[in-house]
Ligand binder design. Structure first.
Ligand SMILES: [Zn+2]
Length: 107
């Protein structure tokens, strides 16, 4: 493989899907996904997240230090990051690949 510059940076997604519940017109509750800023999701105490583009699982990182990057999310799976339009590896890829949904989406 051709050598690529090693980037120390990590993936940073500042928005993600969060799972919410609403009253269903058929009675009871139904869940749905809503795009939300990661910082707001953490403040609001949301507990279920996924990537808003590829629907793959993400891990949230809080802002821990004043100089640290803002709260953000990162794909759990490298494969998702490689084929998600927001993925760091996808954006670094130079093979003209096309973005696709996660093979193990969070439903
Ligand atoms: Zn994604």
């Amino acid at each position: 493989m051709a050598a690529k510059a090693v980037k120390a940076e990590t993936e940073k997604l500042y928005e993600c899907d969060v799972k919410r519940r609403r009253v269903s017109s058929r009675g009871g509750y139904e869940s749905f996904w809503k795009v939300k800023n990661v910082t707001e999701a953490l403040v609001d105490g949301d507990t279920e997240f996924r990537c808003k583009e590829c629907h793959g699982g993400v891990k949230l990182h809080r802002k821990r230090l004043p100089n640290a990057p803002a709260a953000h999310a990162e794909h759990l799976s490298r494969q998702d990051s490689e084929y998600c339009s927001m993925g760091m590896y996808f954006q670094q890829a130079v093979d003209g690949r096309e973005a696709r949904l996660s093979e193990s989406p969070v439903l």
